[in-house]
Design a protein around this ligand. Structure first.
Ligand SMILES: C[S@@+](CC[C@H](N)C(=O)[O-])C[C@H]1O[C@@H](n2cnc3c(N)ncnc32)[C@H](O)[C@@H]1O
Length: 367
């Protein structure tokens, strides 16, 4: 969930907005049907309506979408924008769209259900010959010098060591985790190597479950490497592009995958990097051969968990329903169109915590 202010900041990213606004003006024609997935407070919907769209379906799970009806009224387009406060994965519309516009990326485009949402929208909601905005993204990697990141990470285990305690487990977890450069943006001159693409996402095509590529980079100057930086080059429509590269001050951040230790590199030296990531951006692995050392890292080591929780993640695990699950089952049965939330909660025990729980079931599964 974002605040209305955060959506406002997205809408004030001039580079991003110029690209999207140009692409919307070029593709949305008078009479077009447009779906705006992840509309937020609806900047793309408003632009599409202003370009002459006959119907704009603005879709978002975030309640901030309820600012859009007022914004639409202020802009004289309220009669052409339909609000869908839900996931696009559950959206059905009476006619297919000529244009589907979205920006569901996090710091990089492999983020939550981004790709699945766009695959679903392309196959179910887009008219034959319709246009997807954005068209494609290229994910880039380079090695960076980032003293500030490193000292921040180091502080995560130093507190233990300062008191004479060993802290290898904390250090391992801290260094096997992805960060972004919020608050300490990577500058252009902090990129030590050239940058190469480690994945291409074409939104009009199917995608693999895992992206995995090895690239050979070359150090462009002497320096100390602290992390891999990841960013993307977007093509919103042919000829309309931008990049969230180091040095850019866009709303997107650079992802930073720390190395296991700072490493001195000299100009001309080769660095071999493998980046592996699942489509949801949940699981990462990165292998780096640099300065005569080899680091194999993974978020598997960076997200502490218990053996039991790990077992429960396996698709072969045979689960039983918990006490809370039993309550959820009963609550769903009681949601029969005859009982109020208060009455359902009373049947389940009636405590304030149960009332909150029932409200949550109603939010998720009620209508
Ligand atoms: C980065 S914001 C973009 C807001 C606005 N479109 C813009 O670009 O300024 C992404 C929004 O997408 C929403 N979102 C992500 N996946 C979605 C889906 N499948 N269906 C509906 N909303 C989704 C999130 O709730 C979030 O509000």
């Amino acid at each position: 969930m974002y605040t209305v202010l955060e959506f406002g900041h997205m809408a004030s990213d001039g580079v991003r907005m110029h690209a999207y606004a140009t692409a919307i003006a070029r593709t949305v024609k008078p009479g077009s049907v447009v779906v705006d997935i992840g509309a937020g407070t609806g900047i793309f919907s408003l632009l599409a309506a202003r370009a002459g769209a006959r119907r704009v379906h603005a879709v978002d799970l975030d309640p901030a979408i309820w600012v859009l009806p007022d914004l639409a009224r202020e802009n004289g387009v309220a009669d052409r924008i339909t609000i869908h406060h839900q996931s696009s994965l559950e959206l059905s519309i009476p006619e297919r769209a000529d244009v589907i516009v979205s920006d569901l990326r996090g710091s990089i485009p492999l983020y939550e259900a981004h790709l699945e949402s766009l695959r679903d929208a392309r196959t179910r909601l887009l008219a034959p010959g319709g246009t997807l905005l954005p068209k494609q993204d290229r994910l880039m990697v380079g090695v960076v010098e980032q003293e500030r990141l490193w000292s921040e990470l180091e502080r995560g285990w130093r507190g233990f060591e300062d008191r004479g305690l060993a802290a290898a487990a904390a250090r391992t977890a801290i260094l096997n985790y992805p960060y972004n450069d919020d608050g300490r943006p990577v500058a252009t001159n902090q990129v030590l190597t050239d940058a190469k693409a480690w994945a291409e996402l074409a939104y009009g095509e199917d995608y693999p479950r895992v992206y995995d590529r090895t690239v050979e980079l070359t150090a462009q100057r002497d320096g100390t490497a602290h992390a891999l930086a990841l960013w993307f080059e977007a093509t919103i429509l042919d000829g309309i592009t931008y990049a969230s590269a180091p040095g850019s001050s866009m709303v997107y951040k650079r992802m930073l995958l720390p190395l296991l230790a700072p490493v001195r590199v000299t100009a001309g030296e080769a660095v071999k990097v493998t980046v592996r990531m699942d489509v949801t951006g949940e699981r990462w692995a990165w292998d780096t051969a640099i300065g005569g050392q080899r680091f194999r890292q993974s978020t598997f080591l960076g997200k502490p968990t218990s053996p039991e929780a790990l077992l429960r993640e396996a698709s072969t695990y045979v689960p039983n329903v918990s006490a809370r699950g039993e309550r959820a089952k009963r609550a769903l049965e009681l949601m029969d169109g005859k009982r109020s939330v208060q009455e359902i909660a009373a049947e389940l025990g009636g405590t304030p915590a149960i009332l909150d729980e029932v409200r949550d079931y109603v939010r998720r599964y009620g209508r």
